[in-house]
Design a protein around this ligand. Structure first.
Ligand SMILES: [Zn+2]
Length: 208
């Protein structure tokens, strides 16, 4: 059988690459945009992190890895899968709780603006930040022991920046150190969604 010439082999190769790229593009464009995250680029998976297990367990994989983990995972990181749980007064738990130790770092999960701040006298949240990202998504962090030095309401923050430290202010009770974390894709006054399937979760964290 006649071998293809060098030129035609190149054509074949280019054609193959083009069709592979075409397939990837087609897949990428077929993927429906995530609610409230359409403008956000997927976040690269960090070393020692996973998004698959919790997302698969919860039956939601489309948006896995959209949100960086909001807290330094060491020395303790025990995530409670408790979004939507009933609370006193008929309230629903609008976030997830990440059990930790006093003073673990809390991060801005996106570039944005600190649009809301509560202090330790707030009976439910205690010290808390509200952060609105560039795409309008609102993130809420509660029960902080302290705010990062120098940060003020209205400041612009960058993804990964330390904005505070884990504590037990508000209603957790003394010594119940954890970060309460909420995600509202439509903005501060829009409903919260379960953050857990979206988070990039460090492998050292547990989920119960
Ligand atoms: Zn909570």
């Amino acid at each position: 059988m006649q071998q293809p010439s060098r030129a035609s082999r190149r054509t074949l190769l280019v054609g193959t690459v083009a069709s592979v790229v075409g397939c990837v593009c087609a897949l990428a464009t077929r993927r429906p945009p995530a609610v409230g995250f359409a403008a956000a680029a997927p976040i690269p998976i960090e070393r020692g992190a996973t998004v698959g297990a919790p997302a698969r367990r919860l039956g939601l994989v489309a948006d896995a890895g959209r949100i960086m983990f909001p807290m330094g995972p060491s020395p303790r990181c025990d995530i409670l899968d408790n979004f939507g749980d009933l609370r006193s007064g008929g309230r629903r738990h609008e976030g997830v709780d990440i059990l930790a130790t006093l003073g673990q770092e809390v991060y801005a999960v996106a570039d944005g603006v600190l649009v809301n701040q509560a202090d330790a006298s707030a009976s439910l949240s205690g010290n808390a930040w509200g952060l609105t990202a560039g795409d309008g998504t609102y993130f809420f962090y509660a029960h902080l022991s302290a705010f990062a030095a120098g940060l003020e309401l209205g400041d612009t923050v960058s993804r990964g920046q330390v904005i505070g430290y884990v504590g037990d202010t508000g209603n957790p009770g003394p010594g119940n150190y954890h970060l309460h974390f909420e995600v509202h894709p439509g903005g501060q006054r829009a409903p919260a969604i379960d953050p857990l399937p979206l988070l990039v979760i460090p492998n050292s964290c547990s989920i119960t």
